[in-house]
Structure formats: structure tokens, C-alpha cells
Design a protein around this ligand. Sequence first.
Ligand SMILES: C[S@@+](CC[C@H](N)C(=O)[O-])C[C@H]1O[C@@H](n2cnc3c(N)ncnc32)[C@H](O)[C@@H]1O
Length: 189
Amino acid sequence: MTAFAIIGHLARTDGGFSLNDLPGSGGRMDVLCRCVNASLFLSHDLRRDVDCYLVLCGEPKGPKTVKFSGATVCSLSPDERSAGALIKKVIDIPCGNEFREAAQGVFIRKGGLERLLAERRFAVLDETGTDVREVKDLPDAYLLSDHLNFTEIEEELIRDCPRYSVGPKCLHADHTITVLHNELDRRRC
Ligand SMILES: C[S@@+](CC[C@H](N)C(=O)[O-])C[C@H]1O[C@@H](n2cnc3c(N)ncnc32)[C@H](O)[C@@H]1O
């Protein structure tokens, strides 16, 4: 099971954002929605062996973590609004510290990066890391940032995580996921 986790530093943590303005009112929720799509979609199919975690850190109730499970998600189509609509649907549903399925294949809980790292070993995707093409055994869980740098606190939490690069240039987070998928596909298929 492959996992991607993306930190949304400004991503809204209640339903007070508009699907017509995911970048502004959503706190760059558009970036996260594209990451969901890059993580889960093939052409006319879904990657059923992938989970995508969105760590929402913005106002007013952060942090919260939303998990899209490729194995069970439905009502998701490959456009930003569709993923955004599912996030909007689940974000205000009361939740505690354990994942609660709030829509089919979409789970939500309180808590953010620290909790996630305590549960699973993530590698950080970072253009300054080791080139994935030079790594014999790639891990199965990857952490990315959104349009912003990791904060000092996050850097401290991920200090001991391995760092891998998909190439020398700084890409958008969703493009990075696509390139990494391609590398994994070539090795597995
Ligand atoms: C748009 S970049 C982050 C913005 C950037 N840190 C800045 O503000 O200058 C989004 C994320 O994609 C990942 N990323 C981008 N390019 C990458 C590369 N060449 N290799 C691995 N990860 C990359 C990193 O996780 C990065 O935090």
C-alpha cells in the first residue's frame, strides 16, 4: 500500500470555503485537491492500492487530517472541485482522534503531522534529497509540502526521515507525485 501525505499549511479546517474559490477561501485547497487526484487517478481507473492523507493546518480548527482511501473511495472524479466537494462534505463532521469514515472512502480525524509520523515511517520528497533513481528499495510512504516550505517545527519532526528527490528542479507537489508514481510503476509492472 503506497501512501502520500501533503501538508496544507493554510488549508481551511471547516466548511467555510467556496468550491468556486479553492485557492483563496480554501487556503490553497486547490493544491491539495490536485494532489488527491495525482495520488489516486489513472486514466479511467483508480489506484486502489494508494492512500492520500491531507494534513490541514489552517484556520479555524486545525490541525485535521483527511484520508482518501483509493481502495474504497467513490463519488470522486478527476477534477479539483470533486475532491474539494468531498473535503467540504466531511470537514465539519464531528470527529475525535481516530479516523472516522465521513463519506465512502474518505476519513477524518483531529491531529496532524506528529500523529501521522508516529504511526508510519514516511520519506520526505525534497528536490535536494537522494535521487530516487539511485535508490534500490524505495519506501511506500511519502510526505510533501504544499506551495510553502516546511515550517521549522515540521523540519524538526522530519529531521530523521530519509529525503528523496525525483529530479533537480522544484516541481508542484502534484507533479512530484506523478513522477514518483511513474518510478514506482516502472519498478513494479
Ligand atoms: C511547490 S514545492 C514547495 C515549494 C518550495 N518549498 C518553495 O516555496 O520554494 C511542493 C513540494 O513538492 C515536493 N517537490 C518539489 N519538487 C521536488 C523534487 N524535484 N523532488 C522531490 N520532491 C519535490 C516537495 O515536497 C515540495 O515541498
